[in-house]
Design a protein around this ligand. Structure first.
Ligand SMILES: Cc1cc2nc3c(=O)[nH]c(=O)nc-3n(C[C@H](O)[C@H](O)[C@H](O)COP(=O)(O)OP(=O)(O)OC[C@H]3O[C@@H](n4cnc5c(N)ncnc54)[C@H](O)[C@@H]3O)c2cc1C
Length: 399
């Protein structure tokens, strides 16, 4: 990967934003021989989130040669438990999924985002077709036949297409004229990691409380990452606790299934929201990752969807390039939108419904949720469908 210093340069695609979705997209494009610029500040990853990467994401990261750089730092996920801890009158039975039931060795792997990002940066540095601009995009101006990105340092880059992977506030989305429907949830997630005295046996356990899920996801060794969704006040209180007290609170919440817990340094609080865009692409700009969709952290879907955005965009661009099509033409953008729409909207709806049913004090909603989980837990074909669907949408598995 070249560190570019030309004041003006031409590319096939410019990727704006170097979070995990943007980096993966830039790597996939450049690996396919697409002349790609990545406009992204190279700064240390700023929070302690981990990602449960599910089946199809591992396949994609393997295909773009990132996975070999970080596999040894990830923990396999072989069993998923959902535990109703709402304490309500109507409670769902515990549901336990095992990857063996669908003939898979694992559901996926959990890895700290900063380690995943290091691996992506190392892979990006190997690619001759990837020019890195360690900078921000100061302006993004779509034109009739090209699109121009000017960086903070004054580099002027042109391309046929921009991949807007610039996160929730996305300047690219604004330049494309795409609006976003946003609903703030009265919930926040606290993230932290814990060490514990009992082994996790590669089991991820999600406790469903009245304020949201509290999830313990395995990390290598006797450690787990915790995503604890609660009211904003409670999340703020938890984040203030010292390591011992937070470990104790987590141990109580987990009913001591992992023994004694001590929290590690570092915690972050994320106010939760659901965001869906009015379009996935317009005016030579295709949106990728959280620029295109924001979900609460239930069922580990956010970045998994972001990686599918990147994989689909790279495939569509490579095919269009082989046909010598204009990569930013309306028909290419519309292929991308078609590829992403059903996946993003169906998952957003499912996660929103799951979250609402958890928070609802309405008895019929609780009954439906309990019945749904009971059916998923006890009816073999439904169980297997739910597990496979969690890993990737059915049309992707069939394809
Ligand atoms: C608590 C929590 C737990 C989660 N757990 C999971 C999980 O287990 N599994 C999962 O799949 N997902 C999970 N997610 C979701 C996942 O973390 C996000 O989907 C993912 O991090 C978003 O990555 P991104 O690259 O789209 O955006 P970001 O990481 O926000 O990256 C966007 C980048 O663009 C840059 N940028 C912005 N403007 C510009 C500009 N003008 N020029 C250049 N760069 C710019 C920003 O600086 C940033 O680096 C979780 C989310 C939360 C909140």
């Amino acid at each position: 990967m070249g560190q570019s210093s030309d004041q003006s340069a031409k590319f096939d695609v410019i990727v704006v934003g170097g979070g995990p979705a943007g980096l993966a997209t830039a790597i996939a494009l450049a690996q396919d021989g697409v002349a790609t610029a990545l406009v992204a500040r190279r700064i240390p990853y700023r929070d302690n989130r981990t990602t449960a990467l599910l089946g199809a994401s591992i396949d994609f990261l393997t295909r773009i040669n990132v996975w070999p750089h970080c596999q040894s730092q990830a923990a396999a996920l072989r069993t998923m438990r959902l535990v109703d801890d709402t304490g309500r009158l109507i409670r769902a039975p515990e549901v336990r999924f095992s990857s063996e039931e669908i003939g898979a060795e694992t559901f996926g792997y959990n890895i700290e985002n900063r380690l995943l990002m290091d691996a992506m940066e190392r892979r990006a540095a190997e690619l001759a077709h990837l020019a890195r601009y360690d900078d921000t995009a100061a302006s993004i101006e779509p034109g009739d036949s090209t699109i121009t990105v000017t960086t903070g340092n004054g580099d002027v880059l042109t391309a046929s297409l921009v991949a807007g992977a610039d996160g929730r506030q996305s300047p690219c989305r604004q330049a494309a004229g795409i609006t976003v429907k946003s609903r703030a949830l009265d919930q926040s997630a606290v993230t932290f990691n814990v060490g514990h005295t009992r082994p996790h046996h590669n089991t991820s356990t999600e406790f469903h409380t009245q304020h949201g899920p509290c999830v313990f996801v395995p990390l290598p060794g006797e450690r787990s990452s915790v995503v604890w969704v609660s009211t904003p006040d409670e999340a703020a209180r938890l984040a203030q606790l010292n390591n011992e007290d937070l470990g104790l609170a987590a141990e109580r919440q987990s009913h001591s299934i992992l023994g004694r817990m001590v929290a590690e340094d570092g915690r972050h609080v994320f106010p939760l929201a659901i965001e869906t865009p009015s379009a996935f692409a317009a005016r030579r700009i295709a949106l990728v990752g959280e620029a295109a969709h924001v979900l609460p952290p239930i069922g580990a879907q956010g970045l998994n969807m972001g990686l599918r955005d990147g994989a689909d965009l790279a495939d569509i661009v490579s095919r269009a390039r082989a046909q010598t099509e204009d990569l930013g033409a309306d028909q290419v953008l519309s292929r991308y939108a078609t590829a992403r729409r059903a996946d993003v909207f169906s998952r957003t709806m499912a996660i929103d419904a799951a979250n609402r049913s958890l928070l609802s004090d309405f008895l019929p909603a609780q009954s439906i949720r309990a019945l749904g989980l009971h059916l998923i837990g006890s009816v073999g074909p439904l169980r297997r469908l739910a597990m496979r669907e969690g890993l990737a949408p059915w049309w992707r598995r069939a394809g």
